[in-house]
Design a protein around this ligand. Structure first.
Ligand code: PRP
Ligand code: ZN
Length: 284
């Protein structure tokens, strides 16, 4: 029995999806001109598909699970289960308008034409804002619509912002934040659910490792109490005596988010020779 996973054939999610599988220790070739490949060391079959189609394939059970953008999952509105946020391919769905134009607020969109590949999400948003505008669904190159006179505004994905910038557009409002997520079919048989749980366990270990750093530092023994308070670690920090008497080496784990803040406080508390090391996998 194999678990069938759908991932994007090419585009924003493709590289991150393959990289995540690799970090989970699953070997997959990159699918050059192939619709499907089998992993060599995990019962996984990978289907390379258009990202927009992935929620439907997962809903219908053509694939058991998929890596998809939250934007596509929300727009397509299919019946799938959300298993895990994957923390890559972060972007946002925004309404953008020509720079120096006459639209300065969401209210100004009343009666205007908006081009988008996300008609469902846009119309929900406009309904909530109580704005009537006409939605022009186009499947690609949405950013050129205002320039060619097809629309007054657009609603499209933004990540670096360079597409908007080079088309002289500016963001008016973000309507959805998005990142890659793992979705699954709602009726997985037990054996497949077990395989998915194994994969999820690996994904969570990879995510935790990315979000944490291993820290090593030296400190005089009379400063250790203060330093321990700054370093909760997984259980409690490891302490080893240095060859120089009265000094210790302290090992612990800190999260990426409060990293710089904690380093400052450790220095102030008397820590020296602080080393920060990446963690490959973290299992707790
Ligand atoms: C989106 C969007 C823009 C671009 C924005 O397309 O339509 O073209 O990304 O990114 P930027 O802010 O970094 O310039 P995407 O690559 O997702 O293609 P798709 O809609 O065909 O999947
Ligand atoms: Zn797409």
């Amino acid at each position: 029995m194999e678990l069938k996973i759908a991932i994007q054939k090419s585009g924003r999610l493709h590289d991150g999806s393959l990289q995540l599988l690799r970090e989970c220790g699953i070997k997959v070739s990159n699918g050059n001109n192939q619709l499907r490949v089998k992993a060599s060391n995990f019962p996984l079959e990978v289907f390379f598909l258009r990202d927009d189609d992935i929620p439907e394939y997962v809903q219908d059970g053509v694939a058991d699970i998929g890596f998809a953008g939250e934007n596509v999952v929300a727009e397509r509105n299919k019946t799938v289960a959300l298993e895990e946020k994957l923390e890559f391919a972060k972007c946002r769905l925004s309404i953008a308008v020509p720079k120096n134009g006459e639209i300065h607020s969401v209210k100004n969109l009343e009666g205007k034409r908006i081009a988008t590949s996300y008609p469902h999400l846009l119309s929900e948003y406009l309904k909530k804002q109580n704005i009537k505008a006409s939605i022009h669904e186009i499947s690609g190159s949405v950013e050129i619509a205002p320039k060619i006179g097809l629309a007054d505004a657009i609603c499209d994905l933004v990540s670096s912002g360079s597409t908007l910038f080079s088309n002289e557009l500016e963001e008016l409002e973000t309507i959805l934040q998005s990142e890659a997520v793992l979705i699954s079919n709602k009726n997985l048989e037990d054996e497949k659910r077990n395989l998915l749980n194994q994969l999820l366990f690996r994904i969570r270990s990879v995510k935790k490792a990315i979000n944490n750093k291993y820290v090593l530092l030296n400190a005089p023994n009379d400063k250790l109490e203060v330093i321990f308070k700054l370093l909760p670690g997984m259980r409690s920090p490891t302490v080893l005596p240095l060859a120089e008497s009265g000094w210790s080496s302290v090992h612990s784990v800190i999260s990426e988010t409060d990293f710089w803040n904690i380093i400052e406080q450790l220095k102030e508390a008397g820590a020296q020779g602080i080393l920060i090391v990446p963690i490959e996998k973290m299992i707790i």
